[in-house]
Design a protein around this ligand. Structure first.
Ligand code: NAG
Ligand code: NAG
Ligand code: NAG
Ligand code: NAG
Ligand code: NAG
Ligand code: NAG
Ligand code: NAG
Ligand code: NAG
Ligand code: NAG
Length: 724
């Protein structure tokens, strides 16, 4: 077998030991070296048969670009190779995605876990797995050939056309490792499970050649715009595509038939099955094979794209309760999906180069804090952007590219649209990648509340209960988080304005910001029995951490008034109110022995993760006395549990992203301990879901809130000043 030196350099000694154990197995020398390996097994927390860089995460992102294009490899526990299990939608539903390579007429399975009776194939051996911010890369040996399987889900934050393309890449490269040329062909297929989690849904499909591109398209026979079932949209099509170079073949049909065709012959039959049926009725699959010819040590590759496209994308409330149909931004540049796919495929070399630049920039920036921090950041990026969709209004030939709005699905905790206390924690990723995206996320909330249809004086929690229907809450019965969301809206607006110099939000919507600031003036010092963002813990009156978010919001409004609205009178009033509230807050919110912030005023036996103090750092206000941060920092240092500090004393749950936010306010030592606690949980093998942001601080179990975009908050430490 070939070992890539890079992995030795990048990994700890125990990873090298893993490899030596694997080599032992490969060499069939178990009986000689087994006991030596077992010794290392006992001393290592988890040992994988492959090199994991930087570590084996709970779940690898494979194709993660929108709430409905979200395919993952669950790899927790003792580790699952790419060909041990089927990929899954983020909910855990299987998404059929198979891959084989044919090397000198011997078939190897490298993706998915297919059973094809009556055929002869073996599993390729996974020797390494790696994730970066945009890529998951798996390397296999398949006889005398090394296969490199790369899943690239681009993050194109400054190119709105490219960011809005709901497509992801799969590249399979083969290279000879024994100095001899070998005949190699690669195969891949997808199933109807990319459309629905309901296997008894009827699907239809067709296959086309457009210019130089081969595409399989499939959709539900019965579609309903804007309606989800089990978190899958009941609308739109999946597209599986590849460039139609010489040696490309295709086939649609029953899974075992199509796969057997390739396993036995190394090519597909170029035949189409038109017997439309349910997802699980003889499992129709949509397949391509690519002949790479005679492969030497110079890698040869084939590239595939997979996407889920629908139009319209979001139903969005206007004045008079009218609903607007909005479409993906990419329609401003392409008149057909085929044209978009063609550009997407031919752009692969450039997309990969941009992705590698992004991966490296984030790695270098985050590694300056710590390598554990860089790992957390890398696992957060695709998940954050994969909850969003960039849209425009208009119609073909008349798209309004001045009207850009970004929609975000809360995911897993519920399916709300543009939840304010989900955008707020996720905010750092957007600010770091392109602050304009922050505007596109909060603008729909501002536009809606400016219509006057939302009846509450405080800021709305979200734009709609069920993604992708952004129909507002004209009855005002959204989940009430009055102080939480009013503070969040003001704080995000000031941060956006400070970073960009674009005053349009604070000037156009100054009436709303004033209304929310005045709500805070009247309500935030002694909060009523309200929810905060950690709603799973329930409401509580007089929450110290909630109150300070509102007080910082008032201080932020004084800056907005002074700097952007030229209203010195209002500014002075907000500033003096904030100062006086801060002083009263310290009297009530700090325990009587002066040792820590308490969860609720007057109850010394409580404590809280004071993440809202970080809003002061975000905005550069220098409003919170350093003494408050110091005492909290000491409290965290003395009370941190194995996997972190609990969100508050009512619960043993902690929250990854809020710990990172809090680390903006602590000593370097506490910052390190928070990062290391999250890293140790992520690499513990305790779960197999996409990055969950909530887990028990002591045992790490009961993890939940998987795949939420809030992990964008894990970038907070890269944003601690405005010069980023
Ligand atoms: C599988 O391989 C074995 C051993 O080479 C051979 O005996 C058998 O006929 C093959 N089966 C098929 C279905 O090709
Ligand atoms: C699955 O789809 C079938 C056919 O459309 C439908 O009858 C059934 O109710 C669906 N099942 C679920 C759980 O949604
Ligand atoms: C494939 O099916 C889609 C959806 O029904 C349709 O829009 C498209 O025109 C079809 N293409 C061909 C070549 O039949
Ligand atoms: C828009 O489409 C053209 C023509 O296909 C392409 O050259 C260009 O790169 C696209 N623009 C963006 C921003 O992707
Ligand atoms: C395009 O959008 C902008 C921003 O929402 C709006 O001001 C303008 O009226 C729109 N133009 C058209 C033609 O609808
Ligand atoms: C909040 O705390 C203040 C000061 O201790 C107290 O007067 C008030 O009753 C408390 N509010 C609630 C709702 O408990
Ligand atoms: C505030 O004053 C500045 C300088 O006088 C001016 O440029 C700006 O337009 C004013 N802004 C508003 C919102 O009145
Ligand atoms: C103080 O907090 C503790 C722990 O959450 C709780 O059990 C107790 O009931 C609280 N006391 C009061 C007076 O609310
Ligand atoms: C956490 O998991 C344990 C073990 O599965 C279970 O007994 C306990 O009730 C769970 N706790 C919560 C809060 O869900």
């Amino acid at each position: 077998m070939t070992l890539n030196l890079r992995y030795f350099e990048e990994n700890s000694s125990h990873d090298e030991i893993d490899i030596s154990c694997m080599q032992t197995a490969m060499n069939s020398l178990w009986n000689v070296k087994l006991s030596l390996c077992l010794m290392f097994f006992l001393f290592s927390p988890i040992v994988f048969a492959w090199t994991a860089t930087p570590f084996n995460p709970p779940s690898y992102p494979l194709a993660v670009r929108t709430p409905y294009l979200s395919a993952w490899l669950p790899s927790g526990g003792s580790g699952k190779a790419l060909n041990d299990v089927w990929p899954q939608f983020w909910t855990g539903a299987t998404v059929g995605w198979a891959g084989f390579a044919n090397v000198d007429e011997v078939a190897y399975n490298f993706l998915g876990n297919p059973v094809v009776s009556g055929t002869n194939f073996t599993k390729a051996t996974q020797i390494s797995a790696e994730f970066t911010s945009t890529q998951s890369i798996f390397v296999f040996t398949a006889g005398p050939v090394e296969l490199t399987v790369t899943f690239l889900s681009p993050i194109e934050a400054i190119d709105l056309v490219k960011q809005s393309l709901p497509f992801s890449y799969l590249s399979v490269a083969a290279a000879s490792t024994d100095g001899l040329p070998h005949t190699v062909a690669v195969y891949t297929d997808i199933s109807g499970e990319w459309l629905t989690s309901n296997d008894t849904s009827v699907i239809e499909w067709n296959s086309t050649t457009t210019g130089s591109v081969l595409t399989h398209q499939s959709q539900l026979k019965s579609q309903t715009e804007y309606v989800e079932s089990a978190d899958r949209i009941q609308q739109g099509s999946i597209y599986y595509s590849t460039e139609n170079f010489e040696g490309a073949t295709y086939q649609t049909g029953q899974d075992v038939v199509v796969r057997a065709q390739f396993i036995d012959n190394g090519v597909l039959a170029n035949t189409l099955d038109t017997n439309f049926r349910t997802v699980s009725d003889d499992w129709p699959v949509f397949a391509f094979a690519a002949s790479l010819g005679m492969v030497t040590s110079e890698p040869q590759s084939a590239v595939f794209s997979v996407g889920h496209v629908r139009d319209p994308v979001v139903h969005y409330i206007q004045s008079g309760d009218a609903l607007e149909d909005r479409s993906y931004y990419f329609w401003s540049n392409y008149s057909t999906v085929a044209a978009a796919i063609s550009d997407f495929l031919s752009d692969y070399p450039m997309a990969l180069a941009r992705a590698e630049t992004l991966d490296q920039s984030l790695q270098i920036a985050a590694a300056s804090i710590s390598s554990a921090y860089a790992d957390i950041v890398a696992l957060s990026m695709r998940q954050t952007f994969g909850a969003t969709e960039l849209t425009i209004s208009g119609s073909p030939g008349a798209w309004n590219t001045s009207d850009v709005l970004m929609f975000l699905k809360e995911i897993s905790s519920d399916g709300n649209v543009n939840t304010v206390d989900v955008i707020m924690p996720a905010w750092p990723a957007f600010m770091l990648m392109n602050p304009e995206l922050g505007k596109y996320l909060i603008l729909p909330l501002l536009q809606y509340q400016e219509t006057g249809q939302y009846p509450n004086v405080y800021a709305a929690h979200d734009l709609g209960s069920t993604y992708p229907i952004a129909n507002g809450h004209n009855l005002g019965n959204d989940e009430p988080m009055p102080i939480e969301e009013s503070g969040n809206m003001i704080n995000m607006a000031l941060d956006y304005t400070q970073r960009t110099g674009d005053t349009s939000l604070v000037t156009t919507y100054s009436g709303l910001f004033t209304q929310w600031a005045d709500y805070l003036v009247a309500n935030t010092l002694f909060p009523a029995d309200q929810l905060s963002t950690t709603d799973f813990a329930g409401p509580l009156p007089n929450q110290t951490n909630l109150a300070i978010k509102g007080i910082i919001g008032i201080q932020a409004m004084s800056v907005i008034s002074e700097t952007y609205l030229n209203d010195t009178v209002a500014s002075n009033s907000y500033r003096s109110t904030a100062a006086s509230y801060l002083s009263t807050w310290q009297e009530h919110g700090i325990s009587s022995d002066g040792s820590h912030l308490i969860l609720e005023y007057g109850n010394d036996s409580t404590d809280v993760l004071g993440y809202n103090l970080a809003m002061d750092k975000l905005l550069g206000l220098n409003f919170i006395p350093p003494s408050v941060n110091s005492l909290q920092s000491a409290w965290y240092a003395n009370n941190i549990e194995k996997y972190g500090f609990p969100i508050d004393s009512r619960t043993t749950y902690t929250s990854a992203d809020w710990m990172i936010w809090t680390a903006m306010t602590t000593s370097a030592a506490v910052q390190t301990s928070f990062i290391d606690a999250i890293h140790s949980w992520l690499s513990s093998g305790l779960t197999s879901t996409p990055f969950g942001d909530r887990f028990e601080d002591d045992t790490g179990i009961n993890s939940s809130n998987e795949n939420r975009p809030v992990v964008g908050g894990n970038l907070a430490l890269l944003l601690s000043n405005k010069t980023v």
